[in-house]
Design a protein around this ligand. Structure first.
Ligand SMILES: [Zn+2]
Length: 479
């Protein structure tokens, strides 16, 4: 979600939460000794060879039955279909791990709390700014680890966290200026996911407008200070440090152009044309569409993922295609916020790769995101069968949009990310396994293996009680 230019709700914060990393550790269940122990367990587990046996598995060549999948060092070393049960049995159908290409973890705390009266965009955004003003490194860590545990339970093995909550609520840096980003990286480690921290450049409150009060903690003042801070972020093996331009409204043209020259090789994301108002404001300020502006700045390209891409012209689609840019749709958020329905089929027909994200985390269910891609297209086109099941699976496994090009397929040499969905629940019983994407929800996922390590077992997270931790982390923010 790209929350728009102006805010109505000045955050009620103080600098009382300005604490350094040395003060963050002792009461955090995922830090210090316990985290070190978990990392050591993970290293051990990653180097142990094991065999999973899938009743059915979705391989690049199609669905096979009785598939033995050998894993060592966190990677798939052999795949043997038509075998008898052996090793650790995964019932139902096993899919590659899902990539959630666009998340704002803290928006999860808004779920079910923005519909007073009927709920407008403004009730949502006022809540979002109020929440953004309350989070500190400790509370963000507690919230994010529970959110990422919910994602793990939904079969997500890589998350792209579009992160702009950088500084203390008054805008001053924490003693460790990356305390918030590090809290997210640690939260992903706790939940067993890989994370691509898309550290976001956010400089303006709109075209030619300064940041407003509630936005001050998002900003670094300029590209150089953003680069200095991001260069200090350390990426452990489960993390990649990527970059993001918040939107064409929040970063001036010259800064987008300079950003484009300074992020070579990193995955880069940007919110693009989520709402018509952004297009109109961009035309008024620059005389072109947001996509054309990004092209002029040199930001489009194979390392870029354009998030939403909802209101595009034919020329925008052509520019995204020619540059090799990926488009990330977030259908459950886009419908929650009444953004509109993007041209998914037109983009795919033009050759643009499609990824999917849970964005505001109003729903965390990659089955539903992929299904919505197809179903929204049906409503717009009045035609069934707009995407094949293979295309929908590809959209929810676009780990390459997050810099993890060796994940997302059950094949020898790939990262051992496996998601087993049951075929005997009230939703899935009686279906053909190839129809899993049209029937299942995240609740049908029983087992998740990420980088060769089991993070979900029989529908429960291996180390985190997601429901209890979500309730505790969210309730403390609204008291
Ligand atoms: Zn977003």
């Amino acid at each position: 979600m790209n929350e728009g230019g102006e805010h109505r709700d000045a955050a009620d914060q103080s600098a009382s939460g300005r604490r350094g990393p040395d003060q963050r550790g002792s009461d955090r269940p995922g830090s210090d000794d316990s985290a070190a122990q978990r990392r050591s367990e993970q290293r051990r587990s990653n180097h142990e060879a094991s065999t999973y046996w899938a009743e059915h598995a979705w391989l690049p060549s199609g669905i096979a039955s009785g598939v033995a999948i050998d894993v060592a060092g966190g990677r798939i070393t052999a795949i043997r279909p038509s075998t008898r049960p052996q090793g650790e049995v995964l019932g139902g159908i096993t899919l590659p791990g899902f990539a959630n290409a666009h998340s704002h973890a803290f928006h999860r705390a808004l779920r079910g709390r923005t519909h007073a009266g009927k709920g407008t965009f403004w009730t949502w955004r006022q809540g979002m700014y109020r929440l953004a003003g309350r989070l500190e490194p400790d509370s963000y860590h507690r919230l994010a680890r529970a959110v990422y545990a919910e994602m793990a339970l939904a079969g997500i093995t890589s998350v792209g966290e579009f992160h702009y909550l950088h500084h203390a609520p008054d805008g001053r840096p924490y003693a460790d200026p990356n305390a918030m980003g590090e809290a997210l990286i640690q939260a992903a480690a706790d939940a067993g996911l890989r994370i691509t921290l898309l550290d976001t450049l956010y400089l303006a409150g709109g075209f030619d407008r300064p940041l407003e009060d509630a936005q001050r903690r998002f900003g670094d003042g300029g590209l150089e200070s953003w680069l200095d801070r991001v260069d200090r972020l350390h990426a452990p093996p489960h993390a990649i440090i990527g970059g993001a331009v918040h939107s064409v409204r929040a970063v001036p043209e010259e800064a987008i152009a300079a950003f484009a020259c300074s992020t070579e090789g990193r995955p880069v994301h940007v919110h693009l044309s989520e709402q018509r108002a952004e297009n109109e404001a961009c035309r008024a300020a620059h005389g072109c569409s947001p996509t054309e502006l990004l092209e002029r700045c040199g930001l489009l390209g194979p390392d870029l993922t354009a998030v939403h891409a909802t209101h595009l012209t034919g020329r925008d689609i052509e520019l995204l295609h020619r540059s090799g840019t990926t488009a990330c749709f977030c259908p459950t958020t886009e419908r929650d916020l009444a953004d509109g329905i993007g041209p998914a089929r037109a983009l795919a027909d033009a050759g643009v790769r499609l990824a999917l994200g849970t964005d505001s985390n109003a729903i965390v269910d990659m089955f539903e995101e992929a299904r919505a891609l197809e179903m929204h297209e049906r409503l717009v086109s009045e035609e069934r069968g707009r995407f094949t099941a293979e295309e929908l699976l590809a959209a929810k496994t676009r780990h390459d949009s997050l810099g993890w090009a060796d994940a997302g397929r059950i094949e020898v040499g790939a990262r051992a990310d496996l998601v087993a969905a049951a075929l005997d629940t009230p939703r899935t019983a009686g279906i053909d396994p190839s129809g899993i994407g049209y029937a299942a929800t995240a609740a049908d996922i029983t087992d998740v293996i990420a980088d060769g390590r089991r993070i979900v077992h029989r529908g429960r997270h291996a180390t985190i009680d997601a429901g209890a931790e979500l309730a505790a982390a969210i309730e403390e923010l609204w008291v």
